[in-house]
Design a protein around this ligand. Structure first.
Ligand SMILES: Nc1ncnc2c1ncn2[C@@H]1O[C@H](COP(=O)(O)OP(=O)(O)OP(=O)(O)O)[C@@H](O)[C@H]1O
Ligand SMILES: [Mg+2]
Length: 251
């Protein structure tokens, strides 16, 4: 059975999609088969993999609303062993269209037994609500990217509250893998201060690895290839590879 990891923080622009795609790239370098599920109607996962989601006939929406065959909705990417279950803009109205008795549990049901993958990474949208909740309920673990800037701590405490809620009511096994400090720029005093603060408050729960601000990551997204494959020697790729090591996969 695949290991299911949600990448979540309701704060926008903190590096959720970048982490999803870069971690996927790092995992396939460790010979893992990976499925990325895009639960964000912005469809940025497809873009980051050089695909145009608007051209797909079917997406995660059809799987959840019309019981469409998930294997038919999953798209191959140009990277071997990395597949994508894309989203389209219709995901915004998903909640109103699902007919299932327990709509929040449906995503988990649909992906729990996908045995073609070692890892399933779920990219989530920058908001509280149905899409984020469904993703957390469907997951074994969650990684919380935190950008070292103003209001980062508020976002962290909101995420912790949401996760406690999910653990209490839906998925008691949901485990926080850790907070991942992203877009770290040591030249910015605020970044350093926030990093120190988060490490002080959540020592055990914060990854030692932190992701530096790195232009090669932005370039890799523009060409649609994960950073670990596009520029394996860049500081960004090295950081995401270090994250995989820290995850201690073969434990
Ligand atoms: N390590 C990095 N170095 C430089 N730029 C980065 C890095 N990580 C992310 N970015 C850039 O920051 C922006 C936000 O990143 P990303 O889209 O991954 O965040 P997000 O949390 O998924 O956003 P949203 O909440 O809108 O889904 C993007 O333009 C991305 O290219
Ligand atoms: Mg995103």
């Amino acid at each position: 059975m695949a290991h299911i990891i949600a990448i979540a923080n309701q704060k926008g622009g903190v590096g959720k999609t970048t982490t999803t795609i870069s971690l996927a790239g790092a995992l396939i370098s460790h010979n893992k088969k990976v499925l990325v599920i895009d639960m964000d109607p912005q469809s940025n996962c497809a873009k980051s993999l050089g695909l145009d989601a608007s051209l797909f006939n079917h997406s995660v929406y059809d799987v959840l609303v019309s019981n469409y065959d998930i294997y038919k909705a999953i798209k191959k990417t140009r990277i071997k062993d990395l597949d994508l279950l894309p989203s389209k803009v219709d995901l915004t109205i998903l909640e109103t269209k699902i007919k299932s008795k327990n709509p929040l549990l449906l995503l988990g049901k649909c992906i729990r037994n996908l045995d073609a993958y070692d890892y399933i990474l779920i990219d989530t949208p920058p908001s509280f609500g149905f899409l984020q909740l469904s993703s957390l309920i469907a997951s074994d673990e969650v990684i919380i990217p935190v950008q070292c800037e103003c209001f980062a701590l508020d976002a962290v405490s909101h995420m912790l509250a949401t996760i406690s809620n999910v653990q209490l009511h839906y998925n008691k096994n949901l485990k926080i893998l850790g907070f991942l400090l992203t877009m770290y720029d040591s030249r910015l005093r605020l970044a350093t201060e926030i990093t120190i603060e988060i490490r002080k408050l959540f020592k055990e729960k914060t990854f030692v690895t932190q992701i530096p601000r790195n232009n090669s990551i932005v370039e890799s997204q523009m060409v649609g290839i994960p950073i670990t494959i596009y520029r394996p020697n860049s500081t960004g790729a090295q950081a995401y590879n270090a994250l995989v090591k820290e995850l201690n996969l073969d434990k």
